[in-house]
Design a protein around this ligand. Sequence first.
Ligand SMILES: [Fe+2]
Length: 344
Amino acid sequence: MKKIILTVVLLLVSMTLTACQFGNVGSDKSITVYTERHYDTDQLLYDRFTELTGIEVNLIRDDADKLITKMSNEGEDSPADVLIIADAGRLHSAKELDLFQPVTSDVLDENVPNHYKDEENHWYGLTMRARVLVYHPDRVSASELSTYEALTDSKWEGRIVTRTSTNIYNQSLMSSMIEIMGEEQARVWATGLVQNFARDPQGNDRDQAKAVVSGVADIAIMNTYYIGRMLNSSDPYEVEVGETVRIFFPNQETTGTHINVSGAGVAKYSKNVEDATKLIEFLTSEEAQRSYADANFEYPINPVVEPHDLLKSWGTFIAQDIPLSKLGEHSVLATIIMNEIGWK
Ligand SMILES: [Fe+2]
């Protein structure tokens, strides 16, 4: 009997030692992540995070606006530890709704450049995307393109498409123009742009590229990653569209191309702040950044990590140098102006 007890005790001791070698494996630590991302490769990263830290990750996936509403309604009872959403405008609204708490982390300071995070550390960028000009090479030559501002020239009348003003990507673009040009000039710019639209704004970003290929328009204003997604689509027409169009980074000699981020913050009422911070540290790490960004053909936020070959083939570009929080701060005014000048 004594021998059996001794064997059991030794077995338990050795199991505990093994668990210790791998951090907290075997413990029941877990965090809950609210995210709008739904890529298979993300799960591999969460599994790797669990392997490294012993912290299990429960995912709640939904649209960004639904997750924000859900967290606001849940208040102090929210199970969320981390919120991951796209667009600095949305990240800013989540901050305004008091959904995040500031965190301090040397690792995050190292991984995330200052201009890709909230000034008060409420959220940190995870990936970056650019809102570019996508054109048909048979009807437009790159030498004719220069800036967002130049799209108001009468030569582009009836030749430009983009989505509606209810879309946050266009609201953030408009906010950036307000920040750079001032309210009045931004209003003049938007008015001139709308005058050159080929049709009433409609559809998603992919539909804008399709309109360029089908001859409805010659230039689309859209996000870079949709080209990557179309080139890798299971729909042969989307692949054809992706292969036909060309990308132009506007404002390279002036104020830079409009960029935006997806980002993550620790939830205001998280009871696992340390573990939640560890996840964001991991997602911005050299190990995770490449595959995390590649899943949606976005640019890594961590400057030591190289982007996907497709993105490299488009060349490097200069980005707008404005605090991303401004995109959120101007978003209400941006929407008002867009409505007033008839950007549907
Ligand atoms: Fe998108």
